[in-house]
Every structure is written in C-alpha cells, then in structure tokens.
Design a protein around this ligand. Structure first.
Ligand code: AMP
Length: 120
C-alpha cells in the first residue's frame, strides 16, 4: 500500500489539518466534510478522507470500511441538509478526463436541484 501520510503540498491534507479555513459540516476519525468553495448546486458538500489517498484508483479491499463510512456520512448529511427526500448525487472524479482537480480522495455530495444524465 502506498504511503498515506499527510502531504504538506496537498490542499485537502491542509484542510483536514485545519490549516485552511473552510465550513465544516461533519468530521470524525475517518473523514472531514466541508462545503465546496465554488458550489455547483444549492447543496454541495465535499467528503474528504483524513488519509492522503490520491483517488479511488488507489483503493483496495482493505478500504471497504472507509468507503462505507464515507457513503453513510453522505447519506446522513443529505438527510440533515434536507435534500434526501427529492434525491441527490454522490460523485467522485478520477484523473484528467474524470475532471479531478485535487489529488486527494473526495466525494461530492450535491443536491437541491435536478441533475442531467449522463454528466457533461
Ligand atoms: P475535483 O475537481 O473533483 O477534484 O473537486 C475539487 C473540488 O474542491 C472543487 O469542486 C473545488 O471547488 C473544491 N475546492 C477547491 N478548493 C477548495 C477550498 N479551499 N475549500 C473548499 N472547496 C474547495
């Protein structure tokens, strides 16, 4: 397994460490959830792993609990934000063509409007 220690050059490692101001909506020993600085929907929350993992491409079976924790937190936040009833989207971008701009595992929780499919 690759080294998952904090990367001082990584924006999301710095956010997890509390070095960059954000609006946190949830945190626990596995993840930190913050409001996206440039929201693309009325509710746009990012769920960041505490560990520095570049993307889902680096996950293994050993991460099953982490991924479950992230999705369970997303569902709980969706309920708390009032977007659960009408539905929402949880998405993660991987690499250049996937549209990933920060190389630290994170999932977008978006809701409060209808989304098209497939995404652009
Ligand atoms: P992605 O492009 O999938 O890697 O997602 C990165 C997300 O991080 C984008 O939606 C950005 O708007 C968001 N973002 C970048 N910098 C910050 C920040 N300082 N605080 C909160 N969200 C950020």
């Amino acid at each position: 397994m690759a080294d998952r220690a904090r990367d001082p050059e990584c924006l999301f490692c710095r956010i997890v460490a509390g070095e960059v101001p954000t609006t946190k909506v949830h945190e626990d020993d596995a993840l930190v959830a913050i409001r996206d600085i440039a929201p693309r929907a009325p509710t746009h929350v990012l769920l960041l792993s505490r560990e520095h993992i570049p993307s889902v491409a680096e996950l293994s079976d050993a991460d099953a609990a982490l991924v479950g924790r992230i999705f369970a937190a997303a569902a709980a936040i969706a309920r708390a934000e009032g977007i659960a009833e009408r539905g929402y989207r949880v998405v993660t971008n991987v690499g250049e063509w996937g549209g990933q701009s920060v190389n630290h595992l994170h999932f977008h929780l978006m809701g409060g409007r209808a989304f098209g499919w497939p995404p652009g």
